[in-house]
Design a protein around this ligand. Structure first.
Ligand SMILES: [Zn+2]
Ligand SMILES: [Zn+2]
Length: 336
C-alpha cells in the first residue's frame, strides 16, 4: 500500500457509545495517544525524570520535586501499575521499598530527551538550557536529535509518510480519562528548572497532543480536526487558541467571505515532530502488543524506519546509563 506525505491517514468519524464503564469515545488506535495517557500527566513524567537521575526513594522524590505526599504516592502507584516502575525492598526492619525503573520505564528515556531538546531550543530563554547532557560514549557535550534508524539522517516531518500497520483500527477510550488535567504547570519546576516541563507545558493536555498529531498527518482545518477527533467545538477552539498563543500553530486565512482559517505549524511547531514520533515508537514497543498501528517511511532512504533518539555529535542512540549531566543551577538535592 503506497502512502503520500501530503495525504492524511484516512480515519472514520469517531462515534460516542455507551459501555459498561459509561460513555466512551471510539478512537483510532494510535501509539501517541496511548503514550500520552501514560506520560501526559506532568508529575508522572517528572517522577520518571528524577528516576533517570538516580532518585529511587519516596522522601528523595518528595524533596526534589516538592509535590504533596498524597500526589506523589498516587503517581508512584500509577507508574507501578503501568509497569514503568517496580517496588524493591531495601530495608526489612522497618520494611521499606524503593522504586526502580523497569525496562519500559528506561525505554521512555529517549522521549524525555527529545522533549528536553525541544524545550532547550525554544523555551530556555536568556538563562540558557538548565541542563547540559554529556554523552559518555563520545565524551562530548551533546543534544538529542531524532534520526532514522535505517539511514541515520535527521528526520523532518515533510520527509515522512504513514501507512496502516498490523494494529490499525479503532478502540474505545473512557471519557473520564480524556478530561484529565495536568498538574499546575508552574508547580513542575518548583525545585528544578526543566526543559521537559516547559515542553510539556507548551504541548498541553491530551487534546492538544492529539491536535498536534493530526497536524503532522496534514489535517489543518477546524471542521476536519473536529471530524477526525470527535472533539467538542468549544474544546477544539480553546485548544487551537492556546496552541496559537504558544506559537505552535500559525492561523492562516484560506478563504474570504466568509473568512476561514487553517492552522499551520510554525518552525517551533514543526520541531515537535521528533518528540511525537519518539512517543509513537515507545507506544508501539510497549503498548501495542507487537502490532504497531502505524508504519513510518522515510523519503530520504525510502525505507520503513524507527525513530531513534541519538547524540548530535556521534549519531549513536542515547541511553540513560551512558549519560552524565552538568547542571546550570543549584542542585537542591546534592547540596553544596
Ligand atoms: Zn532514512
Ligand atoms: Zn555522542
Amino acid at each position: 500500500m503506497s502512502a503520500n506525505p501530503a495525504s492524511p491517514v484516512p480515519v472514520a468519524r469517531p462515534a460516542r457509545r455507551a459501555t459498561a464503564h459509561g460513555a466512551a469515545l471510539i478512537e483510532r488506535h494510535c501509539s501517541v495517544g496511548r503514550t500520552i495517557d501514560v506520560i501526559g500527566d506532568g508529575w508522572t513524567f517528572m517522577i520518571l525524570r528524577e528516576g533517570y537521575f538516580g532518585v529511587r526513594r519516596f522522601d528523595d522524590f518528595q524533596q526534589v520535586l516538592g509535590l504533596p505526599r498524597t500526589t506523589l504516592a498516587d503517581r508512584l502507584r500509577r507508574l507501578t501499575a503501568l509497569g514503568l516502575l517496580r517496588r524493591v525492598p531495601y530495608s526489612l526492619a522497618p520494611p521499606r521499598q524503593e522504586y526502580r525503573l523497569t525496562a519500559s520505564g528506561i525505554d521512555l528515556y529517549p522521549v524525555m530527551l527529545a522533549l528536553m531538546a525541544f524545550g532547550d531550543k525554544w523555551l530556555a530563554g536568556a538563562e540558557g538550557k538548565p541542563l547540559q547532557l554529556v554523552h559518555q560514549d563520545c565524551g562530548q557535550d551533546c543534544s538529542a536529535v531524532v534520526i532514522c534508524s535505517e539511514c541515520r539522517r535527521d528526520i523532518r516531518p515533510e520527509r515522512v509518510s504513514y501507512r496502516d500497520g498490523p494494529g490499525a483500527g479503532s478502540g474505545t477510550v473512557p471519557l473520564r480519562r480524556r478530561t484529565r488535567r495536568s498538574a499546575d504547570p508552574t508547580a513542575l519546576e518548583r525545585r528544578r528548572p526543566s526543559s521537559v516541563a516547559r515542553a510539556l507545558r507548551v504541548i498541553g493536555d491530551r487534546w492538544s497532543f492529539m491536535i498536534i498529531r493530526e497536524g503532522f498527518f496534514g489535517v489543518r482545518r477546524f471542521d476536519d480536526l473536529q471530524t477526525r477527533l470527535g472533539i467538542a467545538p468549544n474544546i477544539l477552539s480553546d485548544r487551537l487558541g492556546r496552541l496559537v498563543a504558544e506559537g505552535v500553530f500559525r492561523r492562516v486565512a484560506y478563504q474570504r467571505g466568509p473568512e476561514r482559517f487553517e492552522y499551520r505549524f510554525s518552525d517551533k511547531g514543526k520541531d515537535l515532530f521528533g518528540s511525537m514520533i519518539a512517543m509513537l515508537r515507545w507506544g508501539d514497543r510497549w503498548l501495542s502488543g507487537g502490532r504497531p498501528p502505524l508504519i513510518l517511511r522515510h523519503a530520504d532512504c525510502g525505507r520503513d524506519f524507527e525513530p531513534t533518539v541519538a547524540c548530535d555529535r556521534c549519531r549513536q542512540a542515547l541511553q540513560a546509563t551512558h549519560m552524565r549531566y552538568r547542571m546550570h543551577y543549584r542542585d537542591p538535592v546534592g547540596g553544596s
